[in-house]
Design a protein around this ligand. Structure first.
Ligand code: KG4
Length: 345
């Protein structure tokens, strides 16, 4: 094991599962740097183009890691282990991060730690920015993980003991935001644009059907289709329908998605008797979702824990944080490791 000055455990985290190249340094559980290079190249295609994403990762990874180490104020030789996203994600993108991490680990003689991207989203709530008292969720807690690829309710019994108790049977919540935004002519990714426009709109103006799915599972493909048909029918009457009603459309869509997400979370809390609740993933940046969670926390006496915006999106800080917990338990990875496009927790 590498001994660093003052017994610091410095973890370099690498995230390259989709279209953001990110590197971060966590020192004894405290974040020192978190660099994210977004790939603008996908905007004109209305979605991520896997081949272009891998190429951009290849170009970005060295400067991004370099900057993360510089910003952290440490040197390469102070790093105790390198943690990387093994999956799920785009295979070509994951290969760039995985290969880089293997090379870095071999060249520096430090352990390699594989991280499940979904587990990392959940554990992002433990990221600290300073050496001070933080309030963390007690185990067991429920995490609503909502991103472009996932909508899940996860029962978290411990750092590495998680069970999915509800999940989408088709599209994810982020996909619903993105696809509905696309038909309104908004740029990709659509979620933040919908949220911005929704601020000026009436959320009760239009009603969209909510799915009736058993148990704790979600479904968003019906909403997407009904939104599309609703626009198509109204455009027949008025070709400016979208332009004239964009803010109300966004507000009504956002409210529908948030209600669907929160209703199942309430059910999960009722069924499990758990009142410790967290959120994670790109969609958890949504303020309407955050406010709805706060309102329900008051009503049902939940203790809620909401991550900072920068740790909700894909980022390497959460990979380094998870890597830190694994480092403490000596959960290291061999060099024969290969990435997974699809994994469960
Ligand atoms: O976790 P994430 O960064 O990437 C993965 O899916 O892995 O999540 C991206 C998703 C996109 O669908 C994006 O539209 C959505 O998160 N998103 C939002 C907001 N910010 C990002 N959705 C609604 N409101 C937001 N403010």
């Amino acid at each position: 094991m590498k001994a660093t000055k003052n017994d610091e455990i410095n973890i370099l985290g690498i995230e390259s599962s989709c279209d953001d190249t990110s590197a971060a340094i966590i020192s004894n559980g405290v974040i020192l740097s978190n660099i994210v290079a977004n790939q603008k190249v996908h905007e004109e295609y209305g979605g991520v183009v896997p081949e272009l994403a891998s190429r951009a990762h290849q170009k970005n990874i060295i400067p991004v890691v370099d900057l993360a180490i510089k910003r952290a104020g440490i040197s390469k030789t102070d790093i105790s282990a390198v943690a990387f996203t093994r999956g799920p994600g785009l295979l070509g993108s994951l290969l760039v991060g995985t290969s880089f991490a293997k090379g870095f680990s071999l060249a520096s003689g430090i352990p390699l730690i594989e991280v499940n991207h979904l587990e990392a989203h959940v554990l992002a709530i433990f990221i600290r920015e300073k050496e001070e008292e933080y309030s963390y969720p007690d185990f067991p807690f429920l995490c609503l993980l909502v991103s472009g690829g996932n909508s899940q309710i996860i029962l978290v019994r411990n750092y590495f003991d998680m069970v999915i108790i509800g999940q989408t049977i088709d599209d994810a919540a982020g996909e619903a935001f993105d696809k509905c935004a696309k038909v309104m002519g908004l740029p990709y990714p659509g979620g933040p644009h919908v949220e911005k426009l929704a601020k000026k709109g009436d959320p009760l103006r239009f009603k969209f059907a909510k799915p009736r799915i058993a148990g704790l599972d979600y479904s968003f493909s019906g909403l997407k289709t009904s939104f599309l048909y609703f626009l198509r029918d109204n455009l027949k009457e008025n070709k400016n329908f979208i332009e004239e009603n964009k803010a109300d459309l966004c507000a009504s869509l956002q409210l529908t998605i948030v209600d669907i997400l929160i209703n199942k979370l309430k059910k999960a809390a009722r069924q499990t008797g758990i009142r410790e609740i967290t959120i994670a993933g790109g969609v958890s940046a949504n303020l309407k979702l955050r406010h709805s969670l706060e309102a329900n926390a008051d009503k049902y006496d939940w203790n809620i824990y909401i991550p900072k915006f920068e740790y909700t999106m894909d980022n390497a800080a959460m990979i380094a944080m998870t890597g830190y917990f694994k480092y403490l338990e000596r959960k290291f990875t061999g060099y024969d490791v290969v990435p997974f496009a699809r994994t469960q927790l």
